[in-house]
Design a protein around this ligand. Structure first.
Ligand code: ZN
Ligand code: ZN
Length: 388
């Protein structure tokens, strides 16, 4: 028996401005861009931050779809949500067809998104003329509040609370419901209620988590963003199954995002922090499968170290076990465990390292980036990145 599958890929997860600081490398530095492939093959792109360039360079197009069209939904016109557009190679290919959706900005007037293209590629800001973009483009203005269908998916757009406005989107597909609500500050009762309705019963809620709850209450109030705590509250109230912390602050290092995620996990069962290259699959039964990309973390060297590992399993149990580390680099290790730790959780790894003065033990803090379960042998290969 087969179930419909929706595939959600994170190409950019950073808010405000891209980062190239190595301390932000694990979660990634590209600004917002998500790709959703619905079970019927329809390709949706959510926001056009710098992550869009990466998506363009690995372009396979809307395969499996009945037509070679892509639907691009833009939340608003702040730089971090549109700056990838001129660098999206598929826009320069004649046979491609893109349908854009966004709202009429009172600052831009009619055809706001079309004007964004023209402005971004105007002299002297960009070397290539707009006429070089030979893909077919159509633009649809959304009023905020409406629902419409694109093949088998129903899409709803709602206003969020953000300077100059922003739209949240809900996608109801045969495989489940995904809600994308970034660039939103809680505190406006009417818009908070609207967002709760938008998020109602979602399988996956991608929520703005740029600031800490303390920042949101003080220095960052009025800046148009939210926190992991507000995300957890919203997820609880709306009966969301899985929450994804998104739009990480450019000043948040990987360790800081780890901390926000840990706090959120203390209060809500299923939370993940969006990271570049992460892919979530929905199977129509509210089950979410998550993969983090191997290429960002696979730096290995064969080794044989005895090690003691402690951590938390996917169902929240603490464990401790002895094992052998077979694969080691300065960045991370591949460890075979009988337990299956939770993805994006912390592991303590104490290794015995033989040296001139006998065996010494080395204690490292790791972060789980990959789990491959070998059901036959009853163990898991766990990819760990060392974080200190
Ligand atoms: Zn933003
Ligand atoms: Zn914004």
């Amino acid at each position: 028996m087969s179930f419909p599958i929706a595939k959600l890929s994170f190409w950019g997860v950073r808010g405000s401005t891209p980062t190239v600081d190595p301390a932000t490398w694990r979660y990634g530095g590209n600004t917002p861009c998500l790709e959703l492939i619905a079970p019927d093959g329809t390709q949706f792109i959510l926001d056009c931050g710098t992550g869009l360039r990466m998506l363009g360079s690995r372009w396979v197009g809307p395969n499996g779809s009945r037509t070679a069209e892509t639907h691009i939904l833009v939340t608003h016109y702040h730089w971090d949500h549109i700056q990838g557009l001129p660098f999206f190679a598929p826009l320069y290919v004649e046979n491609n067809e893109f349908h854009f959706y966004s709202f009429r900005s009172k600052f831009l007037g009619r055809d706001s998104l079309k004007q964004v293209f023209e402005a971004q590629m105007a002299l002297p800001y960009f070397p290539v003329d707009l006429s070089a973009m030979s893909a077919k483009r159509t633009f649809r203005e959304l009023a905020g509040g409406e629902s419409f269908a694109i093949r088998d998916s129903k899409i709803t757009a709602r206003w969020l609370n953000h300077p100059q406005g922003s739209l949240g989107y809900r996608f109801e597909t045969p495989a489940g419901t995904i809600v994308y609500a970034t660039d939103n500050e809680p505190g406006n009762p009417e818009l908070d209620k609207s967002l709760r309705e938008l998020a109602e019963g979602a399988d996956i809620l991608i929520n703005d988590a740029q600031y800490t709850p303390e920042q949101l209450a003080t220095t960052r109030r009025g800046w148009g963003h939210s926190s992991w705590l507000e995300g957890v509250r919203l997820a609880r109230e709306a009966g969301v199954k899985t929450l994804v912390l998104f739009h990480h602050d450019p000043d948040s290092t990987d360790r800081m995002v780890d901390n926000l995620l840990r706090q959120a996990r203390d209060q809500f069962e299923s939370v993940f922090a969006a990271s570049e290259g992460m892919v979530m699959s929905l199977d129509g039964k509210s089950h979410v499968d998550i993969h983090l990309p191997g290429t960002r973390t696979a730096l290995r060297r064969e080794a044989q170290f005895r090690a003691l590992v402690s951590g938390t399993t996917a169902d929240g149990q603490r464990f401790e076990e002895e094992t052998v580390v077979r694969d080691l680099s300065l960045q991370g290790a591949l460890i075979v465990l009988n337990h299956s730790p939770k993805l994006q959780s912390e592991l303590q790894v104490t290794m015995e390292t033989p040296g001139d003065e006998g065996v010494r033990s080395m204690r490292l803090r790791g972060y789980v980036v990959r789990i491959e379960n070998d059901k036959e042998k009853g163990h898991s290969s766990v990819g760990v990145v060392f974080t200190d």
